[in-house]
Structure formats: C-alpha cells, structure tokens
Design a protein around this ligand. Structure first.
Ligand SMILES: [Zn+2]
Length: 357
C-alpha cells in the first residue's frame, strides 16, 4: 500500500510540475472491494472508477489494483485507459517485489493519463508503448504533447454544463452538452473508428450475412426492393439504423456504465459518444452490405430474376441498387438482433477501451 501511495504522489508531482498553469487537486480513496489475489476484469474496475469519479466530482480517475488484469486482446495487460469514460485502470501485479515499484507505477499512471487526455503513442517520452513493466519510468511529456494536453484540460476545466444552468429538461441538457464542445465529441467518435465495428462485432455481422444468403435466393425481396422508390428506401435506411442503434444500446445496457441520478455533462457526453459510435458503426455495416449486394445484384443471372418477376421484366442498374439498399435494410434489422447475441462485456470493451497497455 505504501508504494502505491508513493506512486500516486510521484505522478502528482510530475503533473504539477509539467502543468503549473492548472490548479491540481488529487485524492486517494481506498476501497477494500476485491480479494488481493486473482484476476480482475478491467471493465468492472472502470465502472467502479466512473462511480467514484462522479460521486467525488473529479475530472479524471485512475484505479490501481494489486491484482492481475484480465486481458482481452493481448496475452497480458498492465493497464487500460478509457478516454470515453475519463477513467484508467492499472495493475501493480507485474511489479511485485520490484525495488523501483512506485516510480514504475507512476510512469504507468502518467502514460494512462496521457491517453485519457487524448494523446497517441510516440517514439519517446511518457507515450512510448511500454512492452514490459521494466521499461516503465515517469518521464516528461514532449512540448507538442504538453500543448495538446493543456488544450484538452482547458476544455475540461471550463464550467461543466450542469453547473452553468440547473433545472432544465433532459433534451435541453443533452443539447447544451453537445453545444458546449461539439468538436471534441466528434474527435472522440472518430477515435473509435466506428467503421471497424462490423468487423469487431463478429456475431452481429455473421447473423446479418447468414440471413442475406437465404434472401438472395428467394424472389420476394427482389419484387419488394425493386418496387420501392428512393425516398422510401432512404427513410427505411435511416429508421432501421436508428432503431437498431437504440435496440443494441438499450439491450446491452451501454448507458448503464455511467448510470447516475440527475444530469451530468460527463455522463451525457459519454452516452452521446457511445451512441454516435454505434450509430456510425451500423451505418458502416449498411454501407458494406449495400456494396456487396449491389455486386451480387449486378452479377445475378437476369433470366432467373426475370422468371421470378414474371414476363419480360427488364432489370436496369437502378433496380439493382434499389434491391441492394432494401437488402441492406433487412440486414441491419437482422444485425440488431445479432448484436444483442454479442457478449455484453465484449461490446463494452470494444467501445470503452483505448488500448491494453
Ligand atoms: Zn499506450
């Protein structure tokens, strides 16, 4: 415990020295919540970090445990930053018995805080991705990194929306939160690379593809798709993506990580980032399906479709695109169901983890 407190003090000193333009307050809260041995899921620790952060009105929180962390994408992990939640988790497990433990932990804490403040990896300094715990040390941020962090912290230290005006309705509150800083919201969403979501959510995409396979070989979707006009298809696309987003967001309790009574800007912001990321992820899935189905429709033997549709119907390219758009809408509906077969913890990890250090 003593080395953990020392590590915290060391990290705080570094931060105070490198960012003297801000008034720093830091606080250690000790929670005997888990047994000292055994693997812990970083997701649970992030959730308890979020709770503490909100309860104590902190801007950021770092959860430090002596247990090993459960890794999802790598063999082992020293820590997990989540800039969406503005919370990081780190483990001292690899450093048991290390005489230099507190300095190394401080280095790790600075690296994780760097991620929470929006920094990417670099070739030297704090943001070098540590391949092994022995490489950790509390170093300085480079000048560029320092500037980026100062900009980020200036935004954070602005008065939060809930402090500015109270007694407003939910929609107004969300709107004000959005208006307070739309740029960083967009930057965060892009940082999550939502277009990669269809690949990450394998079960959802598989459910979609299987249902497509069956539908390609039956005449009804051709008849329905070709009869719809562009406006109906555009409306159907938007509606299906919005509904699928709401369905997965609610079904996977994605809003629940940040549950809290009353409105808070950070909570509202995290929810908006999550929702938008999911929305764009599903839009990417639609686009992917549309492209694949267009290719299928253009290559499908015309005689077969002609036979299905009866008589001498001639299909043109626009028909093929309408059919593809209609099939993509059906795919999104299937995907929404498939998305809820996905493990809840896996989706949350995909959305909330910046990396496993
Ligand atoms: Zn990193």
């Amino acid at each position: 415990m003593a080395s953990y407190v020392q590590a915290g003090e060391l990290a705080a000193q570094h931060i105070k020295r490198q960012f003297p333009e801000f008034q720093w307050q830091w606080q250690i809260v000790r929670k005997p919540r888990y047994p000292a041995y055994g693997m812990l899921d970083p997701l649970d620790l992030l959730e308890s970090g979020v709770q503490e952060k909100i309860k104590n009105h902190w801007d950021f929180a770092v959860v430090l445990v002596s247990n090993e962390l459960k890794a999802r994408y790598r063999i082992a992990t020293l820590g997990v930053p989540s800039s969406a939640l503005e919370v990081g988790v780190l483990s001292g497990h690899e450093l048991v018995g290390d005489p230099d433990k507190s300095r190394k932990l401080a280095g790790l804490a600075l690296h994780i805080l760097g991620h929470l403040w929006g920094l990417e990896h670099s070739a030297e300094g704090v943001m070098v991705p540590p391949e092994h715990a022995s490489q950790l040390r509390p170093e300085s941020f480079s000048d560029d990194e320092r500037l980026a962090v100062v900009r980020r912290l200036e935004e954070v230290s602005d008065i939060r929306v809930e402090e500015r005006n109270s007694g407003q309705g939910m929609f107004r509150f969300y709107w004000n939160t959005f208006r307070a800083d739309p740029r960083s919201l967009v930057v965060d969403v892009i940082g999550y690379a939502p277009w990669r979501l269809p690949l990450k959510m394998g079960r959802m995409t598989a459910a979609t593809v299987v249902s497509m396979l069956f539908m390609v070989l039956s005449p009804e979707p051709w008849q329905l798709g070709i009869d719809l006009d562009g406006v109906a298809l555009a409306a159907g696309t938007l509606l299906s993506i919005v509904c699928a987003t709401v369905f997965i967001f609610a079904g996977q309790n994605l809003g629940q990580v940040t549950r809290e009574l009353g409105f808070r800007e950070q909570v509202a912001r995290t929810r908006m980032v999550t929702f938008l990321t999911l929305f764009l992820g599903l839009f990417s899935l639609w686009l992917m399906l549309f492209i694949v189905m267009s290719a299928v429709a253009l290559g499908f033997p015309r005689e077969i479709v002609g036979g299905w549709l009866g008589g001498d119907v001639r299909l043109d390219t626009a028909d093929a695109f309408r059919y593809a758009a209609f099939m993509a809408v059906l795919g999104i509906v299937a995907g929404a169901v498939g998305g809820n077969i996905e493990e809840e913890a896996e989706i949350k990890a995909d959305l909330f983890f910046d990396e496993e250090v």
